[in-house]
Structures are given as C-alpha cells and as structure tokens.
Write a protein that binds this ligand. Structure first.
Ligand code: PRT
Ligand code: MG
Length: 220
C-alpha cells in the first residue's frame, strides 16, 4: 500500500491473459509479459501503477495484508482460503470453470456415494470437498494434493477427486468422468479495504472501467 503507488496482484497464465483486456479498458498496459520475463514486479504505462506476479492462491494474501492494493483471484481460492478482510465488488466473469467431483470412467459413483458411506477424496480443495460431502451425509477421508489430482483415482490413491474442469479434456485424456457439479467458478476483483478508502480516487475509476468492460463482454 506504499504511498500513492498502486500495486495490482495477478497470477500468470489464464488469469493474467484474461485480465489484460480489462486492464486495457482502464488504459493500463503491463510493459512485460510474465510468461517470458522473470521479473516479479512488472511496470505499466503509468509510473504509479505496477503489477506483481504471484501464485494464484497467494493473491488474496498479498491483498489482505495490503502488499497489493487489489488483485484478481478465482472463487475457488476465495472459498477455500476465505475472503476475510477483502472487499470484492465485482465478478469479472473470466477464467470460468466448474468445481466437479470426478471418478474413473465406469466407477459406480452413485452406489458408493449414498448417505452414510465412506469415500477417499484427493483434492487441492479440502474445505470445499469436506463441505460438499458433509451436505450429502457422505463420510470422506481427504487426501490433500498440490497438483495433478487427475492421477489419484487412476493409481487408486483415491476413489474420486474434487477439481476444476473447464473443457473436460484433461478428464477425458485420463479416462475420468465428472459425476457431480459442486459450483461454478469465475474470477473476482478483490480489493484491500484500507486501500479502497485511502486510494479511492485512483481505484474507483478502475472499478468503473472494469464494470463497464464486464458488462460489454456479457452482451457479446
Ligand atoms: O498452476 P498453479 O499450481 O501454479 O496454480 P493454479 O492452478 O492455482 O493457477 P492457474 O493459473 O492454473 O489457475 C488460476 C485460476 O484459474 C484458478 O484458481 C481458477 O479459478 C481458474 N481456472 C479456470 C482454472 C481452470 N479454469 C482449469 N481448468 N484453474 C485450473 N484449471 C485446471 C484444472 O485444475 C485441471 O487440472 O485445468 C485442468 C482442467 O482443464 P480442462 O480444460 O482440461 O477441463
Ligand atoms: Mg494450474
């Protein structure tokens, strides 16, 4: 939150790519591409606006502590890690996907997921998974993974996974199928509460531009 410099936290990959047009709508252009640059602090066409590149699940942490004034984070991250202390005025409707339960093709999920049964679930989202299955009355042993959850049912580490699906190609390529939809996911604008007050004049026009751009996209 240093003085009048505005710091925006983004993760590289799909969120960075899909945020570029939104930033452009507010006349903000990052001067380097995080895919090719090794810089973690990227300048923009404004001397007082910079972008920091952090891991997707770290974006809310930087924003909560005020190390970034605002950022963009998937709802998956916000639901899993909590959104305390963050102001989130806008669903940007980018990086859309679905949180799903998936199993090996042919696995009889319906009969093993009755209330009272017990399942082993591999996931990067233990809180979301636990919540989902407790609502169904299914007991779960959660196996926390940090990547490639799709492998777990194939090598019998777990019965099922809870993971994000967008095209469905990864499931298909690994002979898995989605059997339950938990929720829809998209990315949110998240703002540090103190920054919003102290830097209102800088931040409010950006929110307005983003809002208009999101509106325009949804009409296309
Ligand atoms: O990759 P890394 O471990 O560094 O971090 P990350 O996976 O959290 O970051 P990143 O950049 O991959 O994702 C950032 C955000 O994009 C997530 O927090 C989601 O909100 C959103 N998003 C949208 C997705 C997907 N779509 C998505 N398909 N995040 C991940 N995936 C993965 C999914 O986990 C699965 O492994 O892509 C694979 C499935 O894709 P399809 O197209 O084959 O179905
Ligand atoms: Mg990823």
């Amino acid at each position: 939150m240093t003085n009048n410099i505005l710091t925006i936290a983004l993760s590289k990959g799909r969120i960075f790519d899909e945020t570029l047009p939104l930033l452009a709508s507010a006349n903000i252009t990052p001067l380097e591409n995080p895919e090719t640059s090794r810089k973690l602090i990227i300048p923009t066409n404004h001397d007082n606006i910079r972008v920091i590149i952090v891991r997707a699940s770290d974006v809310p942490v930087y924003v909560r502590y005020g190390a970034a004034d605002f950022g963009i984070a998937g709802k998956d991250v916000l639901i899993e890690h909590g959104d305390n202390g963050l102001y989130h005025p806008l669903d940007l409707k980018i990086a859309k996907c679905r949180m799903m339960v998936a199993v090996r093709k042919g696995f009889d999920y319906a009969s093993v997921s009755q209330a009272g049964s017990r399942l082993r679930i591999a996931t990067k989202y233990p809180n979301i998974a636990r919540d989902h299955f407790s609502q169904k009355g299914v007991h779960v042993d959660i196996i926390k993974l940090y990547g490639s959850m799709e492998l777990a049912p194939l090598v019998e580490l777990s019965d099922a996974i809870v993971d994000l699906v967008s095209t469905g190609n990864t499931l298909k390529a690994n002979n898995l199928e989605a059997v339950e939809h938990i929720c829809d996911i998209s990315s949110q604008l998240i703002i540090n509460k103190a920054s919003l007050k102290l830097k209102h004049l800088q931040i409010q026009p950006i929110i307005t531009n983003f809002t208009n751009a999101v509106e325009k996209n949804s009409q296309q």
